[in-house]
Design a protein around this ligand. Structure first.
Ligand code: FES
Ligand code: FES
Length: 171
């Protein structure tokens, strides 16, 4: 005799949220257990934000939430309700790169590019608070983002140069 009981149906609880994403408003229902990074990638189709470790270690999923760099794999989407999100898609366009993107390009601050959106968003939040950073400060803030390709020197140089570009308005 089969003693296994049928599993109860899984209930997906949803909640309505409203977020500002790259200056556009989004309202919709989201699974209360969905992480912010999955919401950004799956519900908003903004796949520039990458998922690496899913444990808050690699920094690939970094976005800007109300002006601060956060790891979107460590939050639920519902926690962003009412807040402002900026993703890498909100930086420049292919025709008009943001100065931080230009600096990464010019200093070879990327190879495969998997980690790059996280580095860019980390750098953006950092430079808005620390417009004139020392090399040590740059290294310290970037220590929380992992890159398996570049050896980091190009990234550090890019962030240092980006600070100058942002201050002087040069590209
Ligand atoms: S995927 Fe979020 S920190 Fe690694
Ligand atoms: S450029 Fe490949 S992981 Fe950083």
């Amino acid at each position: 005799m089969n003693s296994r009981k049928p599993k109860p149906p899984q209930l997906v609880e949803k909640k309505a949220i409203r977020v500002q994403v790259n200056d556009r408003e989004y309202t919709g229902n989201v699974d209360v257990r969905k992480t912010l990074v999955d919401f950004i990638r799956e519900d908003l189709a903004l796949t520039g934000t990458h998922v690496g470790c899913e444990h808050g270690v690699c920094g690939a999923c970094t976005i800007i939430l109300n002006g601060r760099a956060v790891r979107s794999c460590l939050m639920f989407a519902v926690q962003a309700d009412g807040l402002e999100i900026k993703t890498v898609e909100g930086l420049g366009t292919p025709e008009h790169l943001h100065p931080i993107q230009e600096a990464f390009r010019d200093h070879h601050g990327l190879q495969c590019g998997f980690c790059t959106p996280g580095f860019l968003m980390t750098a953006l939040a950092f430079l808005s608070e620390t417009p004139d950073p020392s090399k040590d400060q740059i290294r310290e803030v970037l220590a929380g983002n992992l890159c398996r390709c570049t050896g980091y020197q190009g990234i550090v140089d890019a962030v240092e140069d980006a600070a100058t570009r942002l201050k002087t308005g040069t590209r």
